[in-house]
Ligand binder design. Structure first.
Ligand code: HEM
Length: 458
């Protein structure tokens, strides 16, 4: 490619990444504003009682919105950019990438409106959007997958960089998952429950986990300016994740009518998950060994480091939570919601923030405010940690109350102060999102470039 062509490609990459990040940020603001309202409804149940603001509708708007309009869009945008940079190739079929972004937004708008009008596909977590809306979502992901795969196919060097293994794995498995979740004959009776177990856990483990690890495997060594600690550990974690993860979803349905052997298998494989989690997080932490001074002084590295630690803690917690003795107490309690936010926020969302702070300034040549980025980091980290701790304690007290046979209302009264503390932690997280949105504006819209946009190749 000549110099003019390289410059045009660099500009187009920056524009595309910026568009995905802006879209994801707007949805982050909308869906977490909804979540703050939800969290205040626990201590103040008479707050906002209109049907359009009811808990049942808003909860699904929050979960599906954060999953598919925020995290999926941010991670797809980062995946496309990383595929091009790490392959030393231009982004393949850029119009298809724009179509993907458009379809993600069409699905999110229609999904949100229909849910708020009371139209949902039933209480099947993370797939409450109507089936035809989920077809649009599937097409959006397939378009991004096409762009990523086409870009990697045009790589300069023969080996596929480990970040792209994770991305390709995530897109491939998710396409299968989202199709299975739509096939009508799989949505009946107890079979539907096992498909739901397969779907809801793999939406987290084979989609968000894979894409977030892909971002980390690219951004961490790049910012530290050193190679990944061990390529082989990365490959081991990749394959063992693929072996163990697809089976573990049924640990959400222990003591249910699902076959006992399936529940037991899910528990055994949940223990097996310690292998990819230990291998993956050790590999990433060892990559940063001895460089903590660099981490401290960077915008992006603290988010990535905290995200890796939450990956380790949240996933290890999940293994122990899957044991029957633990489930006997924690099932249906707020403890599970604490675990969800340890993983989806502490791990995935912090990695998204880190990935954006790492790569957007390289693409646009504009840096965020160091002070506001620091405040963003601490509000997000302290907010989510408060959220997870209070729900873990409150949820355990709830479970003990139920197991003791006390009247249900006594468990509600015991958990109420913890729910109020969760709303405070959640408000801190929301304030951090406002700062993030401002930083995104600075990284894209500020008038004076403060550093040179990075030219090809990466
Ligand atoms: C300001 C930040 C946030 C607040 C205040 C918040 C609050 C909430 C609340 C109140 C619920 C309902 C809990 C219940 O039914 O007991 C919830 C559920 C959930 N949220 Fe968030 N959330 C936030 C950010 C996020 C983000 C960014 C994600 C994902 C990327 C996320 C993923 C989830 C999931 C997966 C659930 C379902 C939990 C379960 O059933 O185990 N949240 N959130």
């Amino acid at each position: 490619m000549n110099v003019a062509g390289t410059q045009r490609e660099t500009r187009e990459q920056a524009t595309l990444l910026s568009a995905f990040v802006v879209s994801a940020t707007l949805w982050l603001l909308i869906t977490t504003a909804v979540a703050v309202l939800l969290s205040f409804k626990f201590p103040f149940p008479d707050l906002a009682t209109s049907p359009y603001l009811s808990f049942g509708r808003l909860r699904a708007i929050h979960t599906n919105g954060t999953f598919y309009a925020f995290a999926s869009v941010a991670l797809s945008g980062l995946a496309i950019y990383i595929a091009a940079r790490s392959s030393g190739a231009p982004i393949y079929a850029k119009p298809v990438a724009w179509v993907s972004l458009g379809l993600f937004n069409v699905a999110a708008i229609l999904g949100t409106i229909t849910l708020d009008l009371g139209m949902s596909d039933g209480s099947q977590e993370y797939r409450e959007w109507l089936p035809w809306v989920r077809v649009i979502l599937l097409l959006a992901a397939l378009c991004s997958a096409y762009v990523v795969a086409g870009t990697i196919a045009r790589r300069v060097e023969r080996p596929i960089y480990i970040a792209n293994w994770y991305t390709l794995g995530g897109f491939t498995f998710t396409a299968i998952l989202w199709i299975v979740a739509l096939i009508p004959t799989y949505q009946i009776g107890v079979g539907q429950v096992s498909v739901q177990a397969f779907y809801m856990h793999n939406a987290v483990g084979m989609w968000f986990t894979f894409l977030a690890l892909g971002v980390t495997y690219y951004a961490l060594p790049k910012l530290l300016n050193r190679p990944i600690y061990s390529y082989s550990l990365g490959v081991l974690a990749f394959w063992t994740n693929l072996v163990f993860y697809p089976i573990i979803g049924s640990h959400h349905y222990e003591f249910s009518p699902l076959p006992w052997w399936l529940q037991t298998l899910a528990i055994v494989f949940s223990v097996g998950m310690l292998i990819p989690v230990f291998a993956g997080s050790a590999n990433l932490i060892l990559t940063a060994r001895g460089a903590w001074d660099v981490v401290r002084r960077s915008y992006a590295l603290p988010f990535l480091a905290a995200g890796i630690v939450y990956y380790f803690l949240g996933s290890t917690q999940g293994t122990f939570e899957a044991l029957r003795t633990a489930q006997a107490y924690w099932h249906f309690t707020s403890f599970t919601v604490g675990h969800s936010h340890a993983t989806m926020y502490g791990f995935i969302t912090l990695i998204v923030f880190g990935g954006v702070y790492a790569l957007l300034p390289l693409a646009t040549g504009k840096q965020p405010s160091p002070l506001l980025t620091g405040v963003h980091f601490w509000f997000a980290l302290v907010g989510v940690t408060l959220y997870v701790i209070v729900l873990s304690v409150g949820g355990t007290i709830q479970g003990i109350n139920w197991a003791s046979g006390n009247p249900f209302i006594s468990s509600v009264e015991a958990a109420a102060p913890f729910w109020l503390a969760r709303a405070l932690g959640g408000s801190m997280m929301f304030v951090s999102h406002l700062l993030f949105a401002y930083n995104v504006y600075v990284m894209i819209g500020a008038k004076q470039p403060t550093l040179e946009p990075q030219a090809q190749p990466a």
